[in-house]
Design a protein around this ligand. Structure first.
Ligand code: NDP
Ligand code: OXD
Length: 308
């Protein structure tokens, strides 16, 4: 029974060394090495290789190296193969830090102060207390909840929107499409941490922006295809939205002449909000493999029909 890993060599080496010590019964190969293909039960990858089952006829589980698994289409995943995404503390902490940095930046008017610096202008603006700044998180899953925990600890008033009717302490929860308008109308800063599915593709659009308070901020770290670029530009240019922090786009990277690069009301980062940490994630991988070997449910199992 072996693992094949097909992603960054640096992380792969750290995993290989750690697994050699803690799970010597599980041979680990870095692609293009595979060992005996008939022994491969676990594939860790960002993209599914062509002819998957011809390569590894006894494969049982595909692990995404990231938190998202939208890069795998149902057609690519043969029947009977489980797909698991990464839920690990390093990713969660880094995302919470990115979202917190962005929310504080918008709440504390940093885009305006940075502009004032360019103008050599020393001018204070009235500050709004954190409790009066309402942050709404689209997608109250692992990363959304990790972000909400840090934001509420700093005094922000947080709410979240998700599909299932599960509440989170300290966060007002809204569920499903019916409750989306009520959720949106109180968001001074809207954060998107939704997975990409058929239901969330294009969700950040003109009609959604229209339901936010005038002058709201946007922080988008979900997936590029969730955002309509022209609708965002229109909302920023009209003042409907005051500022946006965008970590994910479609395509990535954007072409050189894309207006996001130069827009004064937009901060753009190159999909760096969060990344799987080699040291913490390998423990999660091994825990999941042991669960699988013992017939237990793995953490982060994807429902391919639901899309996340
Ligand atoms: P989770 O699956 O834990 O959370 C997803 C959340 O979205 C859940 O709360 C889910 O609701 C909600 N949701 C999904 N579809 C809908 C819908 N149609 N309507 C309402 N709510 C919905 O995922 P994570 O928190 O781990 O990750 C979220 C996403 O963050 C990833 O899929 C990826 O796209 C992105 N990401 C971005 C990174 C970056 O660097 N920019 C890094 C890592 C991830 P429910 O709880 O009811 O299931
Ligand atoms: C992920 C990502 O899904 O980096 O982990 O976007």
């Amino acid at each position: 029974m072996s693992i094949v890993y097909r992603s960054s060599a640096r992380r792969g080496q750290i995993w290989q060394d750690w697994l050699a010590e803690h799970a010597p019964d599980l041979p680990f190969y870095q692609w293009p090495e595979t060992g005996d293909p008939l022994q491969v039960r676990y594939l860790v990858t960002w993209e599914i290789p062509e002819n998957l089952m011809a390569l590894f006829p006894n494969l049982e589980v595909i692990f995404s190296v990231g938190a998202g698994a939208d890069q795998f289409t149902p057609a690519q995943v043969p029947a009977g193969i489980s797909v698991v995404r990464m839920i690990e503390p390093g990713l969660m902490n880094d995302m919470a830090a990115y979202i917190t940095f962005s929310v504080i930046g918008l709440h504390r008017d940093m885009p305006r102060y940075l502009q004032q610096q360019q103008q050599q202008l020393w001018l204070k603006h009235e500050a709004v207390a954190a409790e009066r700044c309402h942050v709404g998180i689209l997608g109250l899953g692992n990363l959304g909840q990790a972000s909400a925990r840090v934001l509420t600890s700093l005094g922000y008033t947080c709410s979240g929107w998700r599909r299932s009717e599960k509440s989170v302490p300290g966060v007002s929860s809204y569920f499903g499409d019916d409750q989306l308008p009520a959720f949106l109308k109180q968001c001074d800063i809207l954060v998107c941490l939704l997975p990409l599915t058929d239901l969330t593709r294009g969700i950040l659009n003109r009609s959604l922006f229209a339901q936010l308070p005038d002058g709201a901020g946007l922080v988008h770290a979900g997936r590029g295809q969730q955002l309509n670029h022209q609708d965002l530009l229109d909302a920023l240019d009209s003042g409907k939205l005051r500022h946006a922090v965008i970590d994910v786009t479609d395509p990535e990277p954007l072409p050189a002449d894309h207006p996001f690069w130069q827009h004064p009301s937009l901060w753009l980062t190159p999909h760096i909000a969060s990344e799987t940490h080699p040291e913490s994630s390998v423990k999660v991988l091994l825990d999941n493999i042991r669960r699988h070997q013992q017939g237990q449910t793995m953490k982060g199992l994807i429902d391919m029909q639901r899309g996340y």
